[in-house]
Ligand binder design. Structure first.
Ligand SMILES: Cc1ncc(COP(=O)(O)O)c(C=O)c1O
Length: 346
């Protein structure tokens, strides 16, 4: 480990592209994607649709843009959308759900990210002049604020039954859906077959520099393409973004296993430290939430002390610290992090 090396546990978004990705960018065949003429984008969109078991897909600039476009393509202005209370769409997307998509968000609390179908049923507005029409249910998989927890294919099926019986669409913010698939050792289509459409990110654990994919039916993706344009998201020679995306889908998924092993190792080591608590059952993928509530040391203080040792983590409120394992984090980094934290709590 180099002396001044930074151990960055803030997010898997900090991953840098691989050499193979940089080479793919250099070699990419390009065209104008607004005219549908970028061969590399077209290839990525085909590969993504096939891998996720849907008809079509669309490359967009970010996860936030993917969610916003998907919200808009699944609904009409003024309708109600059902969101899990800790969802990324609700917390971290600048209120675009209301400000731009014009939707009324109805939030549902859950224990580990999967809303209970009974609660969803209860949140659906009846036909009545006073209420906005409910048209969409969103789930998040894996669930970021719940600590990278997985909504299982069985849970998705139960939610989809409620969606179908009420004539609602079901969308999945699957920013980290491949983490879920690798963790449960199942094909990703097990997670996608019962949602109408979804998005996933290329730019998180899969190590791409930019990009997310929206995936769904041909009609849905045509609608999404038009909405992307009105939001200023039509890109020209976007093959330079798509090229590493192809490498990601072909080469970077299986290695997510390593991130999960590292997250478990970090969890095991940290849970031996008095003053810290981790709900180990929640560490299902690459996200770890540490609680400092039983200690006099605040999350901010821990983060400041870590920074002095070139270790970065995120505070999520007064007593919660988030750490994320990814391609830039190795066992020796974890060992150093554990030692530094153990000293802080001594
Ligand atoms: C679950 C989830 N959805 C959406 C996003 C948004 O992605 P982006 O940062 O690319 O806009 C994130 C980002 O961390 C996320 O964790």
């Amino acid at each position: 480990m180099a002396k001044k090396e930074i151990i960055d546990l803030r997010s898997d978004t900090v991953t840098l592209p691989t050499k193979e990705m940089m080479e793919a960018i250099k070699q990419a065949k390009l065209g104008d994607d607004v005219f549908g003429e970028d061969p590399t984008v077209n290839r990525l969109e085909e590969i993504a649709a096939k891998k996720l078991g849907k008809q079509a897909s669309l490359l967009v600039s970010s996860g936030t843009q993917a969610n916003l476009i998907s919200l808009m393509a699944n609904t009409n202005y003024g309708e109600q959308v059902i969101l899990e209370a800790e969802s990324h769409i609700y917390w971290y997307e600048v209120g675009g759900v209301s400000a731009i998509a014009g939707l009324f968000p109805k939030t549902i609390k859950s224990k580990k990210g999967a809303p209970n179908p009974k609660d969803i049923q209860a949140a659906i507005t009846p036909k009545d002049i006073h209420f906005p029409k409910t048209s969409l249910i969103c789930i998040e998989n894996t669930h970021n604020r719940h600590g990278g927890t997985i909504i299982t294919p069985q849970q998705i099926l139960s939610i989809s039954k409620i969606a179908k019986s009420n004539n609602l669409k079901l969308f999945m913010d699957g920013a980290r859906i491949f983490n879920a698939a690798i963790s449960l050792e199942v094909d990703v289509t097990k997670f996608t077959r019962n949602v109408d459409n979804l998005m996933f990110c290329l730019s998180k654990s899969l190590s791409c520099p930019i990009g997310s994919m929206i995936v769904g039916s041909n009609d849905f993706i045509s609608k999404a393409r038009k909405i992307r344009k009105v939001l200023g998201g039509g890109m020209r020679q976007a093959g330079i973004i798509a090229a590493p995306g192809i490498v990601a889908l072909e080469k970077m998924i299986d290695r997510l296993r390593v991130d999960h092993i590292n997250a478990k190792y970090l969890t095991n080591q940290l849970s031996k430290i008095e003053g810290l608590s981790i709900d180990q059952a929640r560490v299902q993928t690459n996200i770890i939430m540490l609680k400092t509530e039983n200690s006099r040391v605040s999350a901010q203080k821990v983060i400041k002390e870590l920074e002095k040792e070139n270790i970065l983590a995120l505070s999520l409120g007064k007593n919660t610290i988030r750490m994320v394992t990814h391609r830039g984090v190795e066992k020796e980094h974890i060992e150093k992090t554990v030692n530094v934290i153990a000293n802080i709590f001594k």
